[in-house]
Design a protein around this ligand. Sequence first.
Ligand code: PLP
Length: 388
Amino acid sequence: MWKVQLFKLNFDHREAEAVAAVIESGWLTMGERTTSFESAFASFLGEDAKAAAVSNGTAALHLALLALGVGPGDEVIVPAQTFVADVNAVMLTGARPVMADCTSFDDWNMSVEDIERKVTPRTKCVMIVHYAGVPCDMDAIVALCRGRGLSLVEDCAHAPGATYKGRSVGTFGDVGCWSFFTNKNLSVGEGGMVTTLSPELDRQMRYLRSHGMTTLTLDRHKGRAITYDVVRPGLNYRIDEMRAALGLVQLAKLREANIARRRVVQRYRDAFSALEGLVIPFGSTPDREPSYHIFPVLLPAEVDRTQVIENLKAQGVQSSIHYPAIHEFSAYAGMDLGATPIADEVSRRELTLPLYPGMTDEDIETVIAAFRAAYMAARERLAVGIAG
Ligand SMILES: Cc1ncc(COP(=O)(O)O)c(C=O)c1O
């Protein structure tokens, strides 16, 4: 259906062989591949990080909040410009989400000033998102959280491989939460990771991941344990060996894949900078190396986004929206989540173009030509409308 789709996996025979080897091994749930994936991911982050693999990014966020003791009566400051999982995870702990706005129309990451404005005596935690894989202003955010005694969760779903001043995202806050969903930089289908520099938080998250139990099925299988204790009520947010095996292969490909993404983004930026009225965010990101998860643009307010999407579709190019405004979802309608005028405007005008490491020159040129044509057509319609 699509000439160029929004995202394509960069899988090959290595992923297929890794999964086949798991099936042949006869051990499907958390085992030696999970342990290897965790230690490889922890080494990749550096800073002596600890990593525990989980079933998905939402589970990672939920575990982080539970381990940090977030619950009823607490407030957690979350970005308005994000996927709904952040807000859902806060709600499901019984705490209240409070939204902070984007920094500007150029920098869609959370505004440190707005976080500060929204802190109340009930604020327990700040949850940030490195949107599109661009690291947030970590010096300022860490200083704010330390100064106010707030925990800090980094949602790194978009950001495997992204660094701030040479240091991996996910190692600045109390917990880093990662998603390995199909369309992420590191894809396993459904999967995630919680990372921390704190041995105690690591221990608590491991309990919470697996029913609060002190031993794993693998320990009993290997004869390392006979029974187990349950030290706190926990969930089952475990990963399985097939996904851990995919994660190991994908982690080995990540650096190259992010470089390939960067090349596409550079081509888009060069091509689109001449389009009058179009904003390409994150124009300059000193001290930050993004992971180039998605390529978002901001259409002019007057342009009809649906027409652009339909025009792209007619030319065989898939596009998407990151993200619809959370307060417009039925589940959150009528809830006071805090004023976020920039994020609201971004939600109305944002468009995401295809981006994945395997894009060929032809794919890139197809997207560039299609978007240029769709954009010019939308603006011409506008000019005709105004003249008429
Ligand atoms: C910013 C953000 N946070 C959290 C998630 C949730 O991750 P998962 O789909 O693995 O639950 C996603 C993606 O899906 C995301 O984009």
